[in-house]
Design a protein around this ligand. Structure first.
Ligand SMILES: O=C(O)CCC(=O)C(=O)O
Length: 250
């Protein structure tokens, strides 16, 4: 079974040692430099990171194994978004993590998205790791439709509304899918999943160390194609963003 087959079947696959250790440490050091300069520990976008370090997220994840999995899953991968996220129990050090969710319910489900998550520190034992539900798109879609019966799925998404329900509590998810997988991971390991995979931070009060992760997402549609999904109004007339960009810029 290929990594893409595993993603179809169970929503995720963990590639051990997928990126050379030394490369990951170079990115970790660059991120620490940025935090020192900015005197902060929040999220850093891939774009901001590149401006400071000239290290690109694309290159970090560009190994033959990962490229193959992305092509097998998406066909023609195109950059979607990228960020570095640092998590610890001490919120002065970083953010305190994210509860269980699917990226699609927040960022949209009309585009297929392939997500790569790589820790820059050891995690899952002394530092927060990743909690991930081993369930494929079909079963997650069935679950979401059951929990949000009046919404069109795929289609509906909301940055806030999903979070005002109990659809993503540990208890609700466990009752439907069983205990989420919480693997111990080291720099070089990469978890691959999609915008349908239920996941979040694995954090307990005992995890006293900080962990950073590089997160890079690709989609099966280019930015221009995605713009075609959006309409806007100007002086009472409706415009399609993609057609507008084509005629005025592209
Ligand atoms: O890095 C983490 O702890 C969680 C990341 C996550 O859930 C996300 O970026 O969607």
């Amino acid at each position: 079974m290929t990594p893409a087959d595993e993603i179809h079947e169970q929503g995720c696959v963990l590639l051990r040692g997928a990126i050379p250790f030394g490369t990951v440490i170079q990115y970790k050091n660059a991120l620490d430099d940025i935090y020192r300069k900015m005197n902060g520990n929040g999220d850093v976008s891939g774009h901001e990171f590149y401006k400071h370090s000239e290290l690109s997220m694309k290159e970090l994840f560009s190994t033959p194994e990962i490229n193959r999995a992305a092509i097998d899953y998406l066909g023609h991968p195109s950059p979607f978004n990228s960020t570095f996220m640092s998590v610890s129990v001490n919120s002065e050090n970083s953010i305190r993590g994210l509860g269980l969710h699917t990226d699609g319910i927040i960022q949209g489900t009309t585009t297929e998205v392939f997500c790569m998550w790589a820790p820059l520190h050891e995690c899952g034992l002394d530092a927060p790791g990743l909690a991930i539900v081993r369930a494929g798109k079909e079963s997650v879609m069935r679950y979401l439709q059951k929990r949000f019966p009046d919404k069109k799925i795929p289609g509906w998404h909301s940055a806030l509304e999903w979070n005002s329900t109990n659809a993503f509590t540990e208890e609700a998810i466990q009752a439907e899918f069983g205990e989420p997988w919480k693997p111990v991971m080291v720099p070089g390991d990469v978890m691959l999943f999609t915008n349908w995979t239920i996941h979040g931070s694995n954090i307990t009060p005992q995890m006293t160390m900080k962990r950073s992760a590089a997160i890079y997402r690709l989609s099966n549609r280019t930015i221009l194609q995605r713009l075609g999904d959006h309409e806007f109004q100007f002086f009472g007339r409706r415009y399609n963003l993609k057609s507008w960009v084509r005629s005025h810029i592209a």
